[in-house]
Design a protein around this ligand. Sequence first.
Ligand SMILES: [Zn+2]
Length: 275
Amino acid sequence: MQIPILCYHSHIISSADYAGNGHLALAHDLALLAEHGKTVVPLSWVIDALIHKKENIELNNAVVMTFDDGSKADFLPIDHPEFGPQPGLYPILLEHARQHPQHHPNLHASSFVIASDTARLCMDQKCLFGLDWMTDDWWPQAEASGMISIESHSWDHNNAVCEGVRPGTGDQFYSVNTYAQASHQIRDAAVSIAAVSGRPPEFFAYPYGHVNNFLEQEYFPGYQHQHRMRCALTTRPKYVTWETLPWSVPRFVHGEHWRDPGSLINIINGQASIT
Ligand SMILES: [Zn+2]
C-alpha cells in the first residue's frame, strides 16, 4: 500500500493560476489523476484497511481528497474580492462526476471543519474578508450529498485571533499538550460538529499539521473511548503505507508540497522526494 492523501484549501486564493487557486487545481487534478490511472476513494476506505491491516483491491491506484479549514467554498460557489467567482470544490467534484462518471466511481472528499461558531466568525472577520465564508449551515447538506463528509479540524484551530486562545500559544497546535486542552480541542469539537452536521466526525486533521508526542502517543490512543476519532492527519508529505500510524497519517498539501501538475504526477506515481 502506498497511497497519497491530497489536501486543498478552498478559501486561500493567492493567484489566478494552478499554484495559488485550489478550485482551479482540483478541477485540473481530477482529470490528471484519471489520465494516470488513479481513482479517488473515500478516506474511510484507506483508514479501514490501515486499522484492520486488511488488503483491499480497490485501493490499488487509490488517491484520497481532503479539504482543510471548512470554508463554505468547500461546498458552494463564492465570489472572491480579488479573484472573482470561484466554483466551489464540491461543485467541481459533481461536475467532473457528471461529465466523466467512469473516472472516479467512488468520488468523495473529507472536509475538515472548525467547531466553534465564535472562532469561525472571528477568523472570517480578521483573517478573511468578513463575507460569511465560515458558516456551518452547509454541513448537513454536505453530509447528505454522499460525496462530502464533515470531519474535525479542532475546536478553534488555536488561531491567535480567537478569543480564549492563551497569549503566546496561538497560530500553532504544538501547545495543545494537556488532557484538558486536548479534550476541548478534540472531544468537545467532535460533539459540537456532530450536533450540526448530523454525524459524529471520525477523523481529525491537526491544525497547521502540528502533531506533538502528547497528542500522538497519549491523548489519541489513550482516550479513544472519549473522543471517538479513528485517525488523525498531519501534513507530513509522505504516503500512507502499512507502517503508517493512525495518529499521524501523512498528507500532501496543494500550494505547499506541489504547485504544478508535474509535481502532482510525481506524487501520485510514488516519486515524491520525501523528506
Ligand atoms: Zn487548518
